[in-house]
Write a protein that binds this ligand. Structure first.
Ligand code: ZN
Ligand code: ZN
Length: 504
């Protein structure tokens, strides 16, 4: 039997809960859902200008929140890019550099992630994934109470002799992924952090169900790029519908009102865009088709229908989420909270960086066809983008991606863009993103292939610098070379590695 006092306390407590649930604008997010859409380009979303109403649910989410029109990924390969989203760090900072190699493919235990930080603060943490490149193989399980990954895949022998993954295995279609997410939402404790990963547009191993495809079958001849493009669009549309069911489940429980939702891709897809110069269907290179990603943030109590055109980065998601949860970011985070931009305030312009260490990745068979893509390093300011090729410095590229979004007109060699070129090269030179030392290979004996790669990088197989190093150092300002790592002997500028003997 309750006395009057305790009854009134309970009533007051109940009343205040009801007020929180129903009254006015919510104060801020309690839960977080991070959605990563693998291989998904923004220009296939209605809200980013695509025709055909492919993505009504994501469009509505952007309408109720904020859409970022120039978000750039830190890499165009799945685990590397995801590690940057989860840590706010660039690939050379968090250490996950490649999909398959004797080393450099695992997120080190010392790097804090959204899951490790929020898990330690009492959040229920869950990951529900759709493919193996974000599995425990890469160290992504740390900090998660529930980790529904796909790690039942095996290494296979690749044509060039290395051990790589068969990426067609270990996949889950988005209807199953969403079913699992809805089950999680039905009985999880709050606050929660849920990382949902969808994979469908990556390839055509798993295609949408018959009911969805009815009346939408591609009209282009099979095995053509036009056919692939139609299927790619349909798979994005299918993910939109399936993710929509998760949104419905969230709304039914009223939890959309206190859940921050961040939607981003890890990278895009070439789809043969960019004319002859790009000529590439997939990812692993650094044109806008690959690194320009959709980013939608729906923050309870935050802006509705906001569009941000400034350059932002996938590494900015991590500090933004922590900012809204009143958690200080750990040391060493390169990303910056997007909250000022979301609140309509000015923010300092950002620089974006991305890289591809394809030359050290057994899964990057594409290097056989595109040797110029063995190592790629990208620097972007709010107007220009430079792609530096250490093995072929004179084939580096510079674009005004605002005026020339297809990156057709290469400005790298033009004298009138010298200052821009030097500034972006100097930005790269000041970083530590170069792979000139071998990754730790966990005590395994070095294979012939790995030894050959290390020799190509200027090292002998046992990790010692080769007596005749294959790398020189190139001054971004005067474009002269010298032998020792370190600043330019002429002008003191920080220098870039450049393959020796390839002076065009
Ligand atoms: Zn991916
Ligand atoms: Zn110099």
């Amino acid at each position: 039997m309750l006395n009057c006092y305790s009854r009134s306390v309970l009533l007051a407590a109940g009343l205040s809960q009801i007020l929180v649930a129903c009254g006015g604008a919510p104060e801020g997010p309690r839960n977080v859902i991070l959605v990563t859409l693998d291989t998904t380009r923004p220009d296939f979303f209605g809200c980013y200008g695509a025709s055909g109403d492919l993505t009504p649910r994501l469009d509505a989410l952007a309408q109720g929140g904020a859409r970022f029109d120039m978000a750039i990924s830190a890499s165009a390969v799945t685990p590397v890019s995801h590690a940057s989203i989860l840590t706010g760090q660039l690939p050379y900072q968090h250490g996950l550099r490649v999909l398959a190699a004797p080393g450099g493919f695992r997120l080190p235990e010392t790097v804090p992630t959204l899951a490790s930080i929020l898990g330690a603060r009492g959040y229920t943490t869950a990951a529900i994934h759709s493919a193996f490149p974000v599995s425990r193989i890469y160290g992504f399980e740390r900090g998660f109470d529930l980790f529904e990954d796909l790690s039942n895949v095996d290494l296979e022998q690749k044509q060039d002799g290395g051990q790589g993954w068969d990426v067609s295995r270990g996949q889950r279609r988005s209807d199953q992924t969403s079913d699992m997410a809805i089950r999680f939402l039905q009985d999880c404790d709050e606050p929660f952090f849920l990382w949902l990963h969808y994979w469908d547009p990556h390839d055509m191993v798993l295609t949408p169900d018959k009911e969805f495809m009815a009346g939408r079958e591609p009209t282009s001849p099979a095995d053509t790029m036009a056919f692939w493009r139609e299927m790619y669009a349909l798979e994005i549309s299918y993910v939109d519908r399936e993710f929509g069911r998760v949104l419905d489940a969230l709304e039914e429980g009223g939890r959309d009102r206190d859940t921050l939702i961040a939607v981003i891709s890890d990278h895009g897809e070439g789809l043969d865009d960019g004319e002859r110069r790009h000529g590439w269907r997939a990812h692993r290179i650094l044109y806008q088709e690959q690194v320009h990603v959709p980013l939608i943030l729906a923050v309870p109590g935050g802006p509705r229908g906001l569009v941000v055109d400034s350059l932002v980065r996938s590494i900015d998601v991590f500090p933004t989420v922590l900012d809204y949860l009143d958690v200080a970011p750990p040391a060493g985070v390169e990303g910056l909270s997007l909250r000022p931009l979301l609140e309509g305030r000015k923010d300092a312009p950002r620089m974006a960086y991305a890289d591809q260490i394809n030359g050290w990745d057994a899964n990057a068979g594409m290097v056989r066809h595109r040797p110029q893509a063995d190592f790629l390093h990208m620097a972007m300011d709010d107007t220009y983008k430079l792609i530096y090729r250490p093995s072929f410095p004179d084939q580096s590229e510079l674009y005004n991606y605002r005026r020339d979004p297809g990156e057709i007109l290469d400005l790298f060699g033009r004298e009138e863009f010298r200052a821009t070129r030097v500034a972006l090269l100097s930005d790269l030179a000041a970083r530590a993103g170069w792979v000139l030392a071998p990754f730790q290979a966990d005590g395994e004996p070095m294979s012939e292939r790995d030894r050959a790669i290390l020799q190509k990088l200027g090292y002998t197989g046992d990790g010692e610098a080769a007596s005749e190093a294959l790398w020189e150092w190139l001054c971004p300002a005067d474009w002269t070379r010298h032998g020792d790592p370190g600043p330019c002997p002429r002008c003191g500028a920080a220098c870039l590695p450049a393959a020796a003997g390839r002076q065009e």
